[in-house]
Design a protein around this ligand. Structure first.
Ligand code: ADP
Length: 924
């Protein structure tokens, strides 16, 4: 172990969990050894070598005053940084101790406007002796407590979740900068894997005791004066433990920011529309699948002019609501603002001058706010009366817009503003210690010091002129610097003519510097008064800041109101400029949109509007059409219109009747998973499984191609079964785009299934995309059509068509489904004729809600099936082995890479094999 300064550094390093230690050494913060290498790499610092008792160690340093930006850069890159300060010991020596640890989730001074959450997570089984695997077994029964704290704004949310998927969805929504799992969870491999996969944040470890129920409950009560149950009605031990641990963590690491946590917000997952992580990603709410903000829904509709407004709009989009009343209020406000163009402009203009009050409040509580921050608070509080005027004097006065501004304590805010106005100088300097922070008339003692200071400076300022007059000197100036203090500087040409009482202190190239007793005395007065003034002023300033810190909750309230107004105005502006319409929210299970558009695509494309109707009689749409015709766009547009409505926004349509949903689930595309190297089919099935488990009759489900990742018949089988299940059991409103033409015939049998297709115009082999969605299925299978589009020669495509027809011969699939009037029916679909053969099975009646009791054997096709053979109707016998083998080869074949001649001979060979096999079957 090295001794000396490096030894001390390494010793201190053992006391902390931090990744990096910055240790004060005089006027610098130094990093040694590995830490020096790390910061040099990350921050482009120069590494030098420090020798200590025969060994040499890398060393890098930054000046004391410049630590903050380096610290921020390190922490924003995910490192936890400990800071050790140097202090003088009683015997006049130096010692150092760690004064704070800055972590990604507790960093106050961030470089962007986004929220920055710390997440603490407690699984219900923690601490009671169960293993981590049991607690995260994925069945979703274990309650999980989660707290999200944003120290930069004081937002503090807590909830209890119902299992693994919900946790993933919440983590995706909040995108925390730092995650601190409870004691059991942090050894849980499944948990760690998910966190690593989905999150960009840092994973930190914290004292197990902080998560202990009693201690955590105490921390919550200490901070908010009541338990979570009492303050937000959330009676949950895991949630309490998560909240208590978050407070303890912020207290320990967040250098005084704990006080910014002025309020606790509890919520239940059921308050919001369920959006699993995959769906949030698929719908490109805040960033595209490629991770870019451009092209996201948020970016497309964001007209906010304040940072806080932008944060809130993002929150609304990622956490849509289910409470119809709250949504109607938001819509009322948007409606009113959309119709009041001039007032809206006025509000926007006023808001443009607003600073980020939520952030500023946190800086006052942590003591890092300077005079300029307080000026920003003063000025922004001053916007409140202007905004109230802009609303009260107009048509908006009777709308919920007025309520938004009525929420914060108006008089309290104005009193605080006046207190700040009375105290602060108009344009104070950036530094806190050089004076000029406060204005005249605020404090008599300060005023006197200011007067004395100015008088003394006045004497000095006019000295040069007086000396010129008195002694007939030219080229005289009076100035001040650090080493010489005040001096009289005389040009060399006249330097010999100075009076005798001038004492020379320095000779320069072209001039000489002198002092006089009189100047020295005035200098002492200036310095004395200057110091007294700065000291008193800083003292007064701190008291003022303390006063603002005590009103942090009020400042946050005003900030929140301005943010809300900004977000509402933004929605209204977009609605007005893009001709969006107010959705009619209903409690029925419908989604009826007339002339709907895709909110993002419409901005860059000459968009063709389309209608959509989903309701209790028609709850499942099968969407067909060739590749690139617009299926995905149509379905995403449906999901986004639903989501916008539940964010309280107008929607891109001429008219929309929207039944509220409890969740939106999507399964779209597989490009990103492929890029991540995960098995596409596996991912696809996991997502499908999650949807089938989670969706309810009140959900909206969007499926874009299911079963693509496997051989054709497997794929059809899965898509078929999923359709039946969603239709019969889940009964969710569903849009299902598929290239399996076979599925379109399901509408003949399943009562609530309907077909729509995206029309194309095909003339002389040329395809024109019309982008129009029409009722009914496409008139051909586009599986082969894709090959056509890809440039595969016509004879091959024709043969492939033919082969497919032959493959389908004699293959029939039964369809299961409940009829609208409650009868359970079954039918057999004959792939060769493309139609169903059997109607209702009138020997059975179901309850209409579910066919769960219908067992496999009971739903076998009845005797009057037109299927050629009995076993062809059984699930297990859908495909004969030869045909299956051929199909697998067909699916695996890379059409673009195979020469046409080879293709033609392959197709011939396949056909022979299939024909042979069919004949054998018939003979048998
Ligand atoms: P598919 O899912 O059928 O392959 P997409 O939905 O990806 O097709 O759409 C293909 C292209 O067509 C996209 O670039 C999209 O911008 C455009 N598009 C889709 N629908 C419309 C529409 N209604 N009006 C104009 N362009 C559209």
């Amino acid at each position: 172990m090295p001794t000396g300064i490096v030894g001390e550094f390494l010793e201190l390093k053992t006391e902390t969990d931090a990744d990096v230690l910055a240790m004060q050494c005089g006027d610098f913060y130094e990093f040694f050894a590995d830490d020096a290498e790390l910061v040099a790499d990350e921050l482009d610092l120069t590494v030098s070598q420090k020798s200590s008792h025969g060994s040499s160690y890398p060393m890098a340093g930054v000046p004391l005053t410049e630590l903050t930006p380096y610290l921020r850069a390190l922490v924003e890159r995910g490192y936890r940084v400990a800071v050790a300060d140097q202090y003088e010991t009683d015997d006049g020596g130096h010692a150092r101790e760690i004064v704070r640890v800055v972590t990604p989730g507790t960093l106050l001074e961030t470089s962007d406007d986004d929220a920055r959450y710390l997440a603490t997570i407690v699984a219900g089984g923690d601490d009671d002796g169960r293993t981590g695997d049991e607690t995260m077994s994925g069945e979703g029964t274990q309650p999980i407590g989660v707290a999200f704290a944003d120290v930069t704004t004081g937002r503090f949310l807590v909830t209890e979740l119902d299992g693994w998927e919900d946790l993933r969805a919440e983590l995706y929504r909040f995108d925390p900068a730092e995650v601190v799992p409870g004691p059991t969870l942090r050894n849980n491999d499944a948990f760690l894997e998910t966190v690593r996969e989905d999150l960009t944040g840092t994973l930190s470890v914290f004292d197990a005791e902080a998560f202990a129920p009693g201690r955590a409950a105490h921390a919550v009560r200490d901070q908010f004066g009541a338990s979570i149950a009492d303050s937000v009605g959330l009676d949950s031990q895991p949630a309490t433990r998560a909240a208590g641990a978050a407070l303890a963590y912020v207290d320990e690491t967040g250098a005084g920011v704990l006080a910014s946590m002025t309020r606790l917000t509890g919520y239940a997952a059921a308050d919001h529309v369920e959006l699993d992580a995959t769906t949030q990603r698929n719908l490109e709410l805040t960033e595209t699948m490629r991770g870019e903000t451009t092209g996201s829904l948020l970016e497309a509709i964001d007209h906010t002019v304040t940072a806080a407004g932008g944060r809130l709009l993002r929150e609304w989009l990622t956490r849509p609501k289910r409470d119809r009343e709250a949504l109607e209020r938001r819509l009322d406000a948007v409606d009113a603002l959309a119709g009041a163009t001039l007032e809206r402009d006025r509000i926007t203009t006023i808001l443009e001058d607003a600073y980020d009050l939520e952030r500023l409040a946190a800086r006052t509580t942590s003591g890092s706010a300077g005079a300029r921050a307080l000026v920003s608070i003063r000025d922004t509080l001053g916007l409140l009366p202007e905004l109230v005027d802009a609303v009260e004097e107009t048509s908006l006065s009777t709308t919920p817009v007025a309520d938004v501004l009525a929420r914060p304590d108006y008089d309290g805010a104005q009193a605080l503003r006046e207190a700040l106005a009375d105290a602060l100088a108009d344009d104070p300097p950036k530094t806190k210690t050089e004076g000029g922070l406060l204005c005249r008339g605020y404090d008599p003692e300060l005023d006197e010091l200011i007067e004395r200071h100015e008088a003394a400076r006045e004497w000095i300022d006019t000295l040069a002129e007086r000396e010129k007059q008195a002694h007939g000197l030219t080229h005289v100036t009076v100035d001040r610097n650090k080493t010489d203090g005040y001096y009289i500087q005389v040009g060399k040409s006249v330097a010999d003519e100075v009076p005798a009482h001038y004492r020379e202190i320095k000779t320069l190239k072209n001039s000489k510097r002198f002092v006089t007793d009189e100047l020295a005395e005035h200098e002492r007065e200036v310095l004395r008064v200057e110091e007294a003034r700065a000291e008193l002023e800083y003292e007064l300033f701190e008291a003022l800041r303390e006063r603002v810190a005590e009103s942090a909750a009020l400042v946050q309230d005003v900030g929140r109101a301005l943010a809300r107004l900004d977000a509402l105005t933004s929605l209204a502006t977009h609605a007005a400029s893009e001709d969006w319409t107010r959705p009619t929210l209903t409690d029925s299970r419908e989604l009826a949109v007339t002339a709907g558009r895709h909110p993002v695509v419409e901005q860059t494309t000459d968009f063709v509007p389309n209608d959509l109707r989903l309701d209790t009689d028609r709850g499942f749409l099968i969407v067909t059409g060739p590749n690139m015709s617009g299926k995905s766009t149509y379905m995403r547009q449906a999901a986004l219109i639903q989501l916008l409505a539940q964010a309280g926004s107008f929607v891109p349509a001429r008219e929309a009747h929207i039944g509220l949903v409890d969740g939106i689930y999507t399964r779209v595309g597989a490009l990103d998973e492929l890029a991540q190297g995960r098995s596409t089919f596996m991912v696809e099935m996991q997502e499908l499984s999650n949807i089938l488990h989670s969706a309810t009759a009140d959900s909206l489900v969007i499926l874009d191609e299911v079963g693509r990742g496997t051989a054709t018949y497997d794929g059809i089988a899965i898509a078929w079964a999923a359709t039946e299940y969603l239709h019969n059991e889940v009964r969710a409103r569903t849009l299902f785009a598929t290239h399996y033409h076979e599925l379109t015939t399901l509408s003949d049998h399943l009562p609530r299934v309907a077909n729509v297709h995206v029309a194309v115009d095909e003339r002389d082999g040329d395809v024109t995309f019309l982008r129009t969605v029409r009722d009914g299925p496409t008139d051909r299978s586009y599986g082969v059509h894709v090959a056509d589009l890809a440039g595969v020669p016509a004879p091959v495509v024709d043969r492939a068509d033919h082969v497919l027809d032959r493959l389908r011969e004699e293959k029939a699939i039964e369809a299961r489904g409940g009829t609208a009037d409650g009868e359970t029916t079954q039918a057999v679909f004959d792939l060769s004729t493309g139609s169903f053969a059997t109607g209702a099975d009138d020997t059975r009646t179901g309850n209409g809600e579910s066919t769960a009791e219908t067992t496999d054997s009971e739903t076998r096709a009845s005797d009057d099936s037109t299927a050629d053979s009995d076993d062809s109707t059984a699930d297990s016998d859908v495909v004969d082995p030869a045909a299956q083998a051929v199909l697998e080869e067909l699916t695996d074949l890379d059409l673009k890479q195979t020469p046409p001649v080879e293709l033609i001979s392959l197709v011939d060979a396949w056909q022979d094999r299939v024909t042979e096999s069919t004949e054998t079957t018939h003979e048998g």
